[in-house]
Design a protein around this ligand. Structure first.
Ligand code: NDP
Length: 483
């Protein structure tokens, strides 16, 4: 008799001993930690354990941070040579590398993402953004952005919870390299790595006030957006809040960049290499629990390979390990908050009620914390809410098409335009499709690849402007086109 052989994974927990979380945090203003007045808890979404009490910045704290940033801008940072600014950025990058394990553990505790991702993706990429922009600091005249590019002044930066430290790096590194100073607000549910970054700024002896970090909720974000002492707003988050910000800054002289939502099409043509494609589909939607603005959340399959792809995809999904984010074997961790879980549950229920067919592999989800099993919906039509709205969770909507022209038509039938994926072995088809797609980033035979040299940003309701690369520098300089 033949017996099936199974290999069980032994637990492989990462130790949390490397991080010291204080019971209470204040704000980082003018190079110092200052006590907050009101506080709110930040929790570990995998266990619901309260990690710390974090300060909620009101008008007085935001005013103080903007004042400190202005002072640093006029007295120090805008006067310093690019070469000197670059040295600070290199120093920050190196300290982030030295303290990478600490950052990764803290990110996973506060966010719920698998340690494997925070360790191998978020933190190395965050450091890479500082290294890359350090290199630009003394070469701005050669970036093709004018012979004497000038900074904008004080930048107000508001970031989301899906890649806390990485989004901080996307915002802070280009701002500093171009000579601006910043007031940054991390998301309410993931403030801890930004506060550790404040310690790194101290360790790097960055001049006081160049980076200011105020923690809080949406009301703190609104105070930054509406502050008259701020010259530029950089925001990453929901399209809904992006629209509020666009309205708020419209009558002012503030510059603005918005990186908003997406509903990316991941298109599989009949000639694609199916096994590699299945890996790309899984990475496209289940990486970071699907909390990714550029996630490949709409899978478009050419009809004659749909059955084979779905069969292999389901087999692959059976092997996804969902659970303790601190375990080094975990593929999918916790949903970042109860609110986000509620949103995912509601949208998935809309998928059921509108007639799509739901499938998830069997998984044992932990009793405590916020969890959602990797899920696919087949039989999805373009009118379904799960094909139109950003779910921002591990939920994939599958549609089919017959001709390449139909694939493009369906892919572009969305108010968003952040990213797209193409799977095909024909170079000519890939080039043709990438030119038709109205998306800021198009990946071919891969997905979710990020690099500081590559500009990132959207069309339509996915946002304004670009971050990263030479294009991203222009968003922090005076009189340079942002596209
Ligand atoms: P938000 O857009 O509300 O949050 C992004 C940041 O903006 C946070 O720091 C938030 O503060 C802040 N903020 C909230 N309201 C305002 C305001 N009126 N003025 C200025 N800043 C504000 O996203 P949510 O966290 O509420 O997520 C909702 C949905 O947005 C998700 O389900 C997902 O679909 C999408 N999303 C998209 C992201 C992307 O990268 N494109 C990232 C995050 C979410 P705080 O969180 O502290 O209240």
């Amino acid at each position: 008799m033949e017996t099936a052989m199974t290999f069980e994974y032994a637990p492989a927990p990462e130790s949390r001993a490397i991080v010291t979380i204080k019971p209470k945090y204040g704000h980082f203003i003018g190079g110092k930690f200052v006590a907050g007045s009101k506080h709110f808890p930040t929790i570990n979404p995998a266990t619901e354990e309260v990690l710390s009490q974090v300060a909620l910045a009101g008008k007085a704290e935001v005013d103080a941070a903007v004042k400190a940033a202005r002072k640093a801008y006029t007295t120090t940072w805008s006067k310093m040579s690019g070469k000197e600014r670059g040295k600070y950025l290199y120093r920050i990058a190196r300290i982030m590398q030295e303290r990478a394990r600490e950052f990764a553990v803290l990110e996973t505790l506060d966010n719920g993402k698998p340690i494997r991702e925070s360790r191998d993706t978020d933190i190395p990429l965050a450091a890479a953004h500082f290294f890359y922009h350090a290199g630009w600091a003394d070469k701005l005249e050669y970036a093709g952005l004018g012979t004497s590019p000038k900074p904008l002044g004080v930048a107000g930066q508001i970031i989301p919870w899906n890649f806390p430290l990485l989004m901080l790096a996307w915002k802070v590194a280009p701002a500093l390299a171009t000579g601006n100073t910043v007031v940054l607000k991390p998301a309410e549910s993931t403030p801890l790595t930004a506060l550790l970054f404040a310690e790194v700024c101290q360790q790097a002896e960055l001049p006081a006030g160049v980076v200011n970090i105020v923690t809080g909720d949406g009301s703190t974000g609104a105070l930054i957006v509406n502050h008259p002492g701020i010259d530029k707003i950089a925001f990453t988050g929901s399209t809904e809040v992006g629209k509020i910000i666009a309205r708020a800054v419209a009558p002012t002289k503030k510059s603005v960049t918005l990186e908003l939502g997406g509903k990316a099409a991941n298109i599989v043509f009949e000639d694609a290499a199916i096994d590699e494609t299945v890996e790309g589909i899984v990475n496209g939607i289940f990486f970071n629990q699907g909390h990714v603005c550029c996630a490949g959340s709409r899978l478009l399959l050419q009809e004659n390979v749909a059955e084979e792809v779905l069969h292999k995809l389901k087999n692959r999904m059976e092997k996804i390990r969902v659970g303790d984010p601190m375990d080094k074997n975990t593929d999918v961790g916790a949903i970042n908050s109860k609110e986000q879980l509620t949103k995912i549950v509601e949208l998935a229920a809309a998928g059921d009620s509108e007639g799509a067919e739901r499938w998830s592999p069997a998984c044992n989800l932990p009793a405590k914390g916020f969890w959602f099993a990797p899920t696919i919906f087949t039989g999805v039509t373009q009118a379904h809410r799960i094909a139109r709205e950003e779910i921002f969770g591990p939920v994939l909507s599958v549609l089919t098409f017959r001709t390449p022209a139909e694939a493009i038509e369906k892919a572009n039938n969305t108010p968003f335009g952040l990213s797209a994926g193409i799977w095909s072995e024909k170079g000519s088809r890939t080039l043709w499709a990438s030119q038709q797609l109205r998306a800021g980033v198009v990946w071919a035979d891969t997905f979710n690849k990020f690099d500081p040299t590559s500009p990132f940003g959207g069309y339509k309701e996915s946002g304004w402007g670009r971050e990263g690369g030479r294009h991203g520098l222009s968003a922090y300089l005076k009189g340079v086109s942002h596209e």
